[in-house]
Design a protein around this ligand. Structure first.
Ligand SMILES: C[S@@+](CC[C@H](N)C(=O)[O-])C[C@H]1O[C@@H](n2cnc3c(N)ncnc32)[C@H](O)[C@@H]1O
Length: 183
C-alpha cells in the first residue's frame, strides 16, 4: 500500500474504529462514512474527542446502494483503498451488490477493497456461534445475515476484483482482501 492518500471506510458506525485507524496510520487520511445521521454524529464526536479534527475529514453520507457514489474529487483522486467492517451481514444483499459496484467504479487498478466480519464458506457456517449469530441477525431483519463468501466473491469478480487473501481473525471472523484488476 502506498503510504499516503485516502482510505474510505464504508459503514463506519459509531466511528470508534475510524479514529483508531487514523491514529495508527497518521500518514494516510481516514475518510469515514455512514448513511445513518446518528452514526455520523457519533463519528463527529469521536473525531472531536480524539482531537483529530485537523487530520480527519467529516464523515460522508454514503449509502452504497445509491450508485454513482457522491465522493469529493480530492478523495477519488488519491484513494488507496476501501474498508468495510461488519457491514455486509447487517445490511441487505443489495448493499453487497452496491458496495462492489461502487468500489469497482471508484477504485483504480491495483487498489484494494477489504471486508472484515463473519462469512459462510461453501455455504456453511464456520462455527456454532456464527450459526446462532446468523439466526439472531435474521430475527432482527429478514434481509440481514452472514454472507456466503463464494457469492460475495462472485460480486467482486463481476466488478473487476479478485480475491487476494482470506485471513482468519479472532472470534470466527475473516479479513478478505480484494484487489482491483480491471475496469
Ligand atoms: C453493524 S454496523 C458496523 C459499524 C462499524 N463498522 C463497526 O464494525 O462497529 C453496520 C453499519 O453499516 C451501515 N450500513 C448499512 N447499510 C449500509 C449501506 N447500504 N451503505 C453503507 N453503509 C451501510 C450501518 O449504518 C451501520 O453503521
Amino acid at each position: 500500500m502506498e503510504k499516503e492518500g485516502f482510505i474510505l471506510e464504508i459503514g463506519s458506525g459509531s466511528g470508534e474504529h475510524g479514529v483508531v485507524f487514523q491514529k495508527r496510520f497518521p500518514e494516510i487520511i481516514w475518510q469515514t462514512s455512514d448513511p445513518d445521521l446518528l452514526h455520523r454524529k457519533s463519528i463527529i464526536s469521536w473525531i472531536e474527542y480524539e482531537e483529530l479534527n485537523e487530520k480527519m475529514p467529516q464523515p460522508l453520507e454514503l449509502n452504497v446502494e445509491n450508485i454513482p457514489w457522491k465522493i469529493p474529487l480530492k478523495l477519488a483522486h488519491s484513494l488507496q483503498g476501501i474498508v468495510s467492517i461488519n457491514m455486509i451481514h447487517v445490511a441487505k444483499w443489495a448493499s453487497t451488490i452496491g458496495l462492489f459496484k461502487g468500489a469497482g467504479k471508484l477504485l483504480k487498478n491495483g487498489k484494494f477493497l477489504v471486508l472484515y466480519g463473519p462469512f459462510k464458506i461453501g455455504d456453511k457456517h464456520t462455527s456454532q456461534s456464527n450459526y446462532f449469530f446468523d439466526n439472531s441477525l435474521r430475527m432482527q431483519n429478514e434481509f440481514w445475515g452472514i454472507r456466503n463468501l463464494e457469492e460475495v466473491k462472485n460480486e467482486a469478480k463481476k466488478n473487476g476484483f479478485f480475491q487476494e487473501y482470506v485471513i482468519n481473525m479472532p472470534a470466527n471472523n475473516f479479513l478478505i482482501i480484494f484487489r482491483k484488476v480491471s475496469c
